[in-house]
Design a binder for this molecule. Structure first.
Ligand code: SF4
Length: 484
């Protein structure tokens, strides 16, 4: 189904512009609905007026992506799996990143410590906070009571969404009953257990993983679960290692995504998951190899899966502090793949204090392209400088392009000095602009009534530049001379 236009959505709305949804107009609501910033249910008219129910149902139908989203967990850490509209990011964008679940066994001695660590671990990179998405609790003990207690403990010490993994439906459902209010994902319904697990999932409104290495059987399982009334399904075509099997695993995931998104097969129209953690149970662990060499194998599979928008992956590596590199690799890659290609990553314009600046400190100027602002900030910190950083609104565009396009201009910089009262903070009127914006210096001196010095082209040279060329007294003398 083609993506609807805002006008097609608008045609189905009440058009009263009542603002009940928090938007000023129904047209603004239509645009936000298309961008998934609101849901149909946010429009009170569509939800409460029986005469509009037909339109509401049509709106839900045309805005539901061909690969439906599945929700796991509750509260702030609740995660959305799938819900994509395109096969490749450049066709539009991916809306929901690959959710990374870390596997813990139910017989782990320090289960609570691991769960706490995973809930708290976070990495800040380029202005984003990268975190683990959830925990996959695997039944290794084979003991229903142990698995149930482990599930209970996990949800007591961590707010991360949980996937309960056990192929014995009685053991799985005993633990699921214990934590059903936390909306766990049930892993997994097979051709033998679908009925028991499916009925429990319907009664408790829980999502279920359907698993089979045979794609026809997997699709048929999905159809059967839907008929039973299950409203959240994740498809696992199984993950296999060994010669030729990486290609097979890749192929199965892609076939399901193509069937969902391009062919709009309703039975395939669900998120797809992969289990790189399967490496540890499928491959003979050769003790001559270092642990990290095995972890690499697992992470390569994880990276392949992220690169093809596998909606959920389960990793074994990364649950301990010494394995933080594994999480760092997977989360950094995920951040790069799932950034929105339609949006320039922008930082907030403003004047930022770095270190403990005084009224004698320099003022550096840069654009609000996030990948410029953050490295400049890091380089100023790295040079042990106390300084101000004036971040100008360049519409999120980097210096070189923004100078050419006029977004980073003498006018916009002068405007920013006034808006953020840059010269009220110091006892000088000197701005240091990036080397790539050198040609703005003359006009900027006139527009901002200041003395402009041209800094290095690359912010990594700031430390050296300041040591050798920062002469505020001389600059101010020149400024005074020019004013006379
Ligand atoms: S609540 Fe509905 S009718 Fe009111 S402005 Fe929003 S979209 Fe329009």
């Amino acid at each position: 189904m083609a993506r609807p236009s805002p006008l097609e959505i608008y045609a189905l709305l009440d058009k009263s512009n009542c603002k009940d949804c928090g938007r000023d107009t129904c047209m603004a609501f239509a645009t936000d609905l298309l961008e998934r910033n609101v849901v149909v249910q946010d429009c009170s008219h569509l939800m409460q007026d029986p005469k509009q129910f037909k339109k509401r149902d049509k709106l839900i139908k045309i805005t539901t992506p061909p690969q439906k989203p599945v929700f796991i967990g509750i509260g702030e850490r609740k995660c959305i799996v799938g819900g994509e509209e395109v096969l490749n990011r450049h066709q539009l964008t991916y809306y929901n990143e690959t959710q990374i679940f870390i596997q813990i066994a139910d017989d782990e001695n320090d289960l609570e410590e691991i769960a706490k660590y995973l809930a708290e671990v976070k990495l800040e990179r380029m202005g984003d906070v990268l975190r683990v998405s959830g925990i996959a609790l695997r039944c290794v003990s084979g003991d229903a009571e142990q698995f149930r207690l482990a599930a209970k403990k996990l949800t007591e010490v961590s707010d991360l969404p949980v996937m309960l993994a056990c192929f014995n439906p009685d053991i799985l459902l005993a633990a699921a009953a214990e934590i059903k209010d936390k909306k766990p994902l049930l892993y997994a319904a097979t051709k033998d257990s679908w009925e028991q697990i499916g009925k429990f999932a319907v009664e408790n409104n829980l999502p279920v993983v359907a698993v089979s290495s045979d794609l026809d059987e997997l699709i048929s399982l999905s159809a059967t679960l839907q008929k039973l009334g299950v409203t959240g399904i994740v498809l696992d075509p199984t993950t296999v290692f060994g010669p030729g099997n990486i290609a097979l695993t890749y192929d199965n995931i892609m076939q399901l995504r193509i069937a969902a998104i391009d062919k709009e097969d309703a039975n395939a129209g669900w998120p797809v998951m992969g289990v790189p953690a399967a490496y540890w149970s499928q491959v003979k662990i050769d003790d001559d190899k270092g642990l990290w060499e095995h972890q690499y194998q697992e992470l390569i599979m994880g990276a392949i899966m992220e690169s093809i928008d596998t909606n959920l992956i389960v990793l074994h590596s990364g649950k301990r502090k010494e394995d933080i590199w594994a999480l760092l690799a997977m989360m950094t890659l995920r951040q790069s793949i799932f950034s929105d290609p339609r949006i320039y990553p922008a930082a907030d314009p403003g004047i930022y204090e770095i270190g403990e600046p005084t009224d004698k400190s320099p003022i550096f100027v840069t654009s609000n392209y996030r990948l410029t602002k953050i490295p400049v900030e890091i380089d100023i910190k790295g040079a042990n400088l106390d300084a101000y950083l004036l971040v100008v609104d360049s519409e999120g565009i980097g210096i070189e392009s923004a100078v050419a396009g006029g977004q980073f201009s003498a006018g916009s910089i002068a405007e920013a000095t006034k808006e953020f009262k840059a010269f009220d903070k110091v006892n000088h009127r000197i701005l240091i602009i990036p080397g790539m914006a050198a040609r703005l210096s003359g006009a900027l001196e006139d527009e901002a009534d200041c003395f402009v010095v041209v800094g290095p082209r690359d912010s990594s040279g700031i430390g050296k530049y300041m040591q050798e060329q920062w002469k505020p007294k001389e600059f101010m003398e020149q400024y005074e001379d020019l004013k006379e």
